[in-house]
Write a protein of this length. Structure first.
Length: 711
């Protein structure tokens, strides 16, 4: 039976439809907003034997056909997921994952496909809402529903579900997901948004997403589906066996400022207990408990130790809740790259390198909306040695792509305009050590490396991760969380920004949500840490370097009349090729008349620019040109003052005295300085050498008079 429910959000109708499509899926929903439609299906199956984690897989795809387009490139079938698809899959996964009970290890797969895109409304938020609705209809213990809303801002006014153009025009792009009671996930980017204004936008989103949660409950009720009743697995028998004595011993072993010492201390206790409970390599105990049961209980005991210490304000490494780890910054680390820096915070270390390129190096980004050219890229790499492990080397995974894009969009708002700094910029963040928030370390190292490269940033940016541990109604907010606190506690709230405000924000939770009080307190604590980081970073480099690296290409931009683009290119590209071959420069021309010239040094660029200006500039009356005699007639000489542009210097204007014959003054190929004295209605140029001679004589007389006066 087809069921449709709808409500108004952001001034448009949001509808959910089920019961018509994909009826063999565990749950399926068609989500429509405007003429953008996303189909989401959930499928479930029995868990694999011995698995100790929740195997949730989320896949999001944007078919080009949804926008009436063919895929770009040679192959006309979509292949591996794009960056946008990976980021949206992560957005969909993050608020859903915490809402499943501990011990639920069944296979669960969510697939979102964009079926129609109107070019106005973004489909990514619809995927989150569709996934929640599909799970509400499925036989799984989903403790939802959740809703998701995007918030934009233009001229200080918040907009619910802004369209594609409004997002590009505004200074805020914020996505918030949560339940009716609390916020579960935040991802947003802004142009230095103050903390209180960001909090207001988050709370507006939470108010609006409650409507979508209620709409999903209405859909489930009308579809006649009752909430799934989940029978929790029996209590782990090792919970009672790992007594207070073990807990105290483990707590003591885990207290160290060094990650390896904490890990080795816990591992030694674990191996000792395994020998005790499983003598001679046994797989089970006398009461049937397995070694898997033991490892699960030991993991929970580690979590308890970390949380108990944190809630009392006594963290694993001895810091107070609001204290940063030691920070070290260095710039100019590498000799040949265009900019480099190392940022170290505790046992987290990022080395950033900057490469400056030309407009030809821009990244083309194709998708459902119009093709874009990306001028700034930040690529994040996380090798296994950074955490002391040995793993196969593969291409970048979803986590690396997600962390890189978070850092990239956090730095983007402070970059100079393309008109002021026309370089294409690529930053690489290599994580050399990791123990907590390497993505925010990448924000810091990227800022330092960009300043080292001479990129004129509007403001320096720093980033920090804030954690949370709760116990009943009591909670503690933790600045600069380490890996164990991230793993065992409740929150990873990343905030990046300048001294003026927030540029990037991302919230991941392991509990069932946080309230407004915690959100506001976290933003303020993050601001305090961010300002402290910025002060430390600026001791390494106070401001962007005045000059870019000697190894970076030199660029110069100019604007010509678009009607003269053909003149600059020439027939079959003859003219532009000749300039490039003669000067060694590269020339790029845009449809609006913007011309970018690049070369290995300044002289190459200036030489090419001189050719371009001479070829394309408008002839100005009163200006003196250095021309070449191209033709001699009885009545005067035609002189080329710009490529392809001749003017007539009449015989009477060749000299300040009587001229019997033009050939007495010049011949073909001679260089003469001439002044433009007129341009008639037919664009014919009249030149005068006599006027130039008169000006030169006047300057000479003036010099003599001045010297006489001084004497």
């Amino acid at each position: 039976m087809k069921v449709v429910v709808e409500c108004e959000v952001g001034g448009q109708k949001l509808s959910l439809t089920t019961g018509q499509l994909a009826k063999q899926a565990a749950g399926s929903v068609l989500v429509q907003y405007g003429e953008t439609v996303v189909f989401v299906a959930a499928a479930t199956g029995p868990g694999r034997p011995g698995i100790d984690f929740f195997p949730l897989t989320v896949d999001y795809r944007e078919r080009a056909a949804a926008a009436g387009k063919f895929p770009g490139g040679f192959l006309k079938r979509e292949g591996r997921p794009t960056t946008k698809e990976i980021l949206t899959a992560r957005l969909t996964d993050r608020p859903i994952r915490p809402l499943f009970p501990k011990g639920f290890h069944d296979e669960l797969q969510i697939q979102s496909n964009v079926m129609s895109c109107d070019g106005v409304n973004e489909p990514d938020v619809l995927s989150i809402n569709g996934a929640s609705a599909a799970l509400c209809l499925s036989p799984v213990p989903f403790q939802g529903p959740i809703g998701a809303v995007r918030i934009g801002r233009i001229d200080g006014e918040l907009i619910v579900f802004p369209n594609h153009e409004q997002i590009a025009e505004g200074d805020l792009d914020l996505i918030v997901a949560g339940t009716v009671e609390s916020v579960l996930m935040i991802e947003g980017f802004g142009n230095q948004i103050p903390e209180d204004e960001m909090a207001e936008a988050i709370m507006l989103a939470h108010k609006e997403l409650a409507k979508i949660c209620k709409l999903q409950l209405e859909l489930r009720e009308k579809a006649g589906i009752k909430p799934f009743e989940y029978e929790a697995p029996p209590e782990n028998p090792f919970v009672a066996k790992l007594d207070d004595a073990v807990f105290q011993k483990l707590s003591s072993a885990m207290q160290s400022t060094v990650k390896a010492e904490r890990r080795d201390g816990a591992k030694a206790i674990q191996e000792e207990l395994i020998t005790k409970f499983f003598p001679e390599g046994a797989d089970t105990t006398e009461d049937g408990a397995t070694i898997g049961d033991f490892k699960e209980a030991f993991h929970d005991l580690e979590a308890k130790a970390v949380r108990e210490m944190a809630i009392t304000g006594r963290r694993l490494d001895g810091r107070a809740p609001d204290v940063l780890r030691d920070v070290f910054c260095e710039t100019g680390t590498l000799p040949r790259v265009h900019g480099s820096a190392v940022f170290t915070r505790g046992e987290t270390q990022s080395m950033a390198t900057v490469t400056l390129g030309t407009s030809r190096d821009k990244q083309r980004v194709d998708g459902l909306f119009e093709e874009e050219l990306q001028q700034f890229m930040l690529h994040y790499y996380f090798p296994s040695f950074s955490v002391g492990e040995c793993r196969p080397i593969r291409g970048p995974g979803r986590r690396e792509i997600g962390h890189g894009c978070l850092a990239e969009r956090s730095v983007l708002p402070v970059l100079p305009n393309e008109e002021d700094f026309p370089y294409t910029i690529r930053v690489i963040s290599d994580i050399l050590e990791s123990n907590g928030s390497s993505s925010m370390a990448s924000v810091c190292s990227a800022t330092l490396a960009l300043m080292d490269a001479g990129v004129p940033l509007r403001q320096p940016v720093a980033g920090i991760s804030i954690g949370l541990v709760t116990k009943g109604k009591e909670y503690k907010i933790l600045t600069d969380i380490i890996g164990d606190e991230d793993h065992f506690c409740d929150m990873d709230f990343k905030v990046a920004g300048t001294q003026k405000g927030i540029t990037g924000i991302q919230l991941d939770l392991k509990n069932d949500g946080i309230n407004e009080e915690i959100i506001r307190a976290t933003l303020e604590q993050a601001k305090k840490a961010r300002l402290e980081l910025l002060r430390t970073m600026l001791t390494a480099i106070r401001r962007p370097r005045a000059e870019i690296s000697a190894y970076a290409p030199r660029l110069h931009q100019t604007k010509i009349n678009p009607e003269k683009i053909g003149l600059l290119i020439g027939p079959g590209g003859k003219t532009i090729r000749a300039i490039q071959e003669e000067t060694g420069a590269s020339i790029d021309i845009q449809d609006d008349g913007t011309v970018t010239v690049s070369g290995g040094n300044v002289s190459i660029v200036e030489k090419a620019m001189a050719h371009i200006e001479a070829l394309t500039e408008e002839i100005r009356v009163g200006r003196i040109y250095d021309g070449v005699v191209s033709s001699i007639k009885e009545f005067g000489a035609f002189i080329e003052i710009a490529p392809g542009k001749d003017g007539l210097c009449h015989i009477s204007e060749l000299s300040d005295g009587f001229v019997k014959s033009v050939s007495d003054i010049c011949k073909m190929g001679d260089r003469l300085q001439v002044k433009v004295i007129a341009v008639d209605d037919q664009n014919r140029v009249k030149l005068s050498r006599k006027a130039v001679l008169a000006e030169q004589a006047g300057e000479s007389n003036g010099d003599v008079d001045t010297e006489a006066e001084e004497e």
